[in-house]
Design a protein around this ligand. Structure first.
Ligand SMILES: Cc1cc2nc3c(=O)[nH]c(=O)nc-3n(C[C@H](O)[C@H](O)[C@H](O)COP(=O)(O)OP(=O)(O)OC[C@H]3O[C@@H](n4cnc5c(N)ncnc54)[C@H](O)[C@@H]3O)c2cc1C
Length: 391
């Protein structure tokens, strides 16, 4: 039982998407949460006032979590606003030697493979949900954080609090940066996501704004030097480079939001928990965005930690290390599997050896022919509880 003088049960450090979602989940359990946030970053808004140009691919498990805290950005939208959530109906993956792999929501019996979610819209929705939750108090990170039985660190990859607690974070920096931008196609995207693995680079054009929309989010993993160069180009120069990589006519593409870039890494904290402390989201782990899984993992952390705390024995305090280890065990295993998969794919498609090129393209087309394997992969990507792999 918390003492009478204690104002909060849990202190969450970091008010990104993972920290905010966790705060709302814990408040639903009647826990009193202090959410320590940094002042908003200086705006990186484009010409239309848009901030972060990314759109996240969120899976069915993430959707469930966000809906449970009323933060799924689709609900209750004014009719004049363009939809911030776009279902992905099909995904085409193209290798560099003609190998292709197609995933279809219809064929796999899912309403969508995943949903492309506008990042600023999701952040705004979370902030709104927070305003209606009196058990979450937002505090400036510059103040001394309140003493609580449990502190959860959700400060992202470069967390200072994690370092203060002496929790190591092993970083394997990739030689690539991700360049993201928004484009307008000349024809509707029809809910199709396309991804190219070409000459060691990975490009995705992800549908935004409804089936008949023409907007797409670009995510392009390129060597760091090239990323810097791409950011110096004017709009026509940038479009020429994009068109070359995805073999589309430049005239069918228009740049609507200027490119931004992010360094990429595979990283993981060696310990995710200490007595009274837990890490979640990118503060615990980060991976290459080629499979669009980083935030899905982070929301999975938030959901699992909330579940473990909810199901604890009545006599166990919130910061009990045995309790927190249950969370760590479950989530570390999930991260290891996804982190290794993305790392393996990144390295496989970087090799320019002819034999490896042929094999990987043959592998893509081969997987395309094996229906049970494809549906198992599709199901895994939903983030819902795993079925057994096909035999
Ligand atoms: C190009 C790109 C595309 C991506 N696409 C996808 C995708 O399609 N799908 C997907 O699932 N994931 C995707 N990701 C991954 C996703 O961006 C991250 O996994 C996610 O943002 C992590 O959220 P977080 O809340 O853990 O950390 P962050 O978003 O880093 O938030 C951390 C928060 O903590 C705050 N903070 C930092 N230090 C302190 C402090 N000392 N005190 C208080 N607050 C602090 C920061 O200001 C920030 O608000 C992508 C990543 C990249 C780079």
């Amino acid at each position: 039982m918390p003492s009478m003088t204690q104002r909060f049960d849990v202190c969450i450090r970091g008010g990104g998407i993972v920290g905010s979602t966790l705060a709302l989940l814990l408040a639903q359990q009647r826990l009193r949460v202090a959410l320590c946030v940094q002042a908003a970053r200086p705006s990186v808004a484009g010409p239309d006032g848009h901030g972060d140009v990314r759109a996240y691919a969120l899976n069915a498990a993430s959707r469930q979590v966000l809906e449970s805290v009323r933060a799924w950005p689709e609900a209750g939208l004014p009719p004049d606003m363009s939809p911030p959530v776009t279902p992905v109906q099909r995904m085409d993956v193209m290798g560099d030697q003609g190998g292709t792999l197609t995933f279809s929501a219809l064929a796999s019996g899912h309403p969508a493979l995943n949903w492309m979610v506008d990042v600023p819209a999701l952040e705004a929705r979370l902030a709104e949900a927070m305003r209606f939750q009196s058990l979450v108090q937002v505090l400036p990170a510059s103040d001394t954080p309140p003493a609580t039985p449990l502190t959860v660190i959700c400060e992202g990859k470069r967390s200072a609090t994690r370092t203060e607690w002496g929790m190591d974070y092993e970083v394997k920096a990739y030689p690539h940066h991700a360049v993201a931008a928004r484009l307008l196609l000349s024809a509707p995207h029809q809910g199709v996501a396309r991804q190219w693995f070409q000459q060691g680079e990975i490009m995705a054009l992800l549908p935004l704004g409804g089936e008949n929309g023409r907007s797409v989010a670009l995510v392009w993993s390129v060597p760091a030097d090239k990323a810097r160069h791409l950011l110096t180009l004017d709009a026509p120069g940038f479009i020429t480079e994009v068109a070359q990589r995805c073999q589309l006519e430049s005239s069918t593409l228009e740049l609507t939001h200027a490119p931004q870039s992010w360094p990429l890494e595979l990283s993981q904290a060696s310990r995710w928990v200490l007595p009274g402390v837990a890490l979640a989201g990118d503060a615990a782990h980060a991976m290459h965005p080629l499979a669009g899984q980083g935030l899905n993992m982070g929301l999975g952390d938030a959901a699992e930690l909330a579940r473990v705390l909810h199901d604890r024995e009545y006599w166990r305090p919130l910061g009990d290390i045995k309790l927190l280890r249950r969370y760590e065990r479950a989530r570390k295993a999930d991260f290891m599997a996804m982190g290794q998969l993305t790392d393996g794919l990144f390295n496989l498609f970087r090799q320019d050896n002819k034999l490896v090129q042929n094999l990987r393209n043959w592998g893509l087309s081969g997987v395309d022919q094996i229906a049970p394997l494809k549906s198992w992969l599709t199901r895994r990507a939903t983030g819902l509880r795993d079925p057994e792999p096909p035999h």
